[in-house]
Write a protein that binds this ligand. Structure first.
Ligand SMILES: C[S@@+](CC[C@H](N)C(=O)[O-])C[C@H]1O[C@@H](n2cnc3c(N)ncnc32)[C@H](O)[C@@H]1O
Length: 324
């Protein structure tokens, strides 16, 4: 546990320097790898050895080659590329280094701007969301397991790269989708959707708004919100549930996806750890089912229930509510 940062940093560095892409074409000695990367030969050998020890590279006769997990998750050409998320984590290294200051002060370690202030940060953030959801399979799981029959318009609030909406529209050909998000995020979403989802982009409307300030453009039959409430303080979430309620047509459904915590806020483990990232970068944290239920009930939703995401490496669950 205490030395976990070393392996994480070694992997982030290998990816950032291009170790895996360099080995995609052919295996290589440490000298050849270092030459391809423009790095020092002895140091590159040490980094590559560490990747072998971690099961990401293999080595024989002094030559390094990609292991299966690296081919699947660490090459940009793979549909399950996790590199976007890894590079986002890499960029947050210094922020994690200020955790003690945040715990002392209770304040974020960087401006909590949802990475909207600089285009390269927005791109890295939104690519990370896209990459994580593709690699872990959340969007495909929801498209396969949510019954969206009868939904003609689904709204994804804070839909980011559009990975969820695109998967849902692929599964439900008669449905249209709306992604509501901040302008800088939508600029990246437009690019990702055009490259990756040409078959469904004509059914997706992108609406620039700030959900803290603006009403949501209803009516829609289903409203999806993934990894949104955890970035906001309780009073914003309470207000947001009211906006969701007003944007839904009668008999519409709100579907919230997030780490839904136990009453002690200690399980799931991933959620308890993630709340520290949220301390560093937002004014939010992960919330318990009771907290989410109260906001939904106060907004007018009924039939509120938690749905588990079964199988797979999922760490989130769903909370669903209905508008009478
Ligand atoms: C953690 S990302 C989640 C993206 C996507 N829903 C997912 O689960 O992969 C949060 C998203 O909310 C958007 N967002 C944050 N604050 C917002 C606001 N005030 N109004 C609209 N969108 C916002 C961000 O731009 C980003 O796309």
């Amino acid at each position: 546990m205490a030395a976990g940062h070393a392996e994480a940093r070694a992997l982030q560095t290998a990816l950032k320097l291009g170790v895996f892409e360099a080995l995609a074409r052919s295996d290589a000695s440490a000298d050849a790898l270092a030459h391809a990367l423009g790095c020092d030969a002895r140091a590159t050998g040490l980094l590559a050895n560490a990747m072998v020890a971690m099961g990401l590279l293999a080595k024989s006769d002094g030559r390094f080659r990609l292991g299966e997990p690296a081919r699947r998750y660490l090459l940009r050409s793979s549909p399950e590329y996790l590199g976007g998320m890894i590079l986002f984590d890499e960029a947050l290294w210094d922020v994690w280094g200020r955790l003690d200051k945040s715990v002392r002060s209770g304040r974020p370690a960087r401006t909590p701007d949802m990475f909207q202030s600089r285009p390269e940060e927005t791109f890295r953030f939104i690519s990370a969301m896209d990459s994580l959801v593709r690699a872990r399979g959340d969007a495909c799981y929801l498209a396969d397991n949510l019954d969206l029959g009868g939904v003609s318009r689904i709204m994804d609030v804070g839909g980011g790269p559009g990975t969820y909406v695109a998967a849902m529209l692929r599964r439900w050909p008669g449905m249209r989708g709306v992604i509501c998000d901040l302008p800088a995020t939508l600029a990246v979403a437009r690019q990702i959707l055009a490259e990756r989802e040409p078959d469904v982009t004509d059914r997706i409307e992108l609406v620039a708004l700030d959900y803290r300030r603006d009403e949501l453009p209803g009516p829609c039959d289903a409203l999806f919100m993934s990894n949104i409430i955890h970035s906001e303080p309780p009073e914003t979430n309470r207000m947001l549930m009211g906006k969701c309620f007003r944007a839904l047509a009668a008999c519409g459904r709100v579907i919230i996806k997030d780490h839904i915590m136990n009453a002690e806020m200690t399980e799931p483990r991933a959620g308890a750890i993630f709340s520290l990232y949220l301390l560093l970068t937002t004014h939010g944290r992960d919330y318990s089912l009771d907290e989410v239920r109260r906001w939904l009930e106060d907004a007018g939703f009924t039939a509120i229930r938690e749905l588990a995401m079964k199988g797979g490496p999922f760490t989130s669950s769903l909370v669903v509510g209905e508008k009478p």
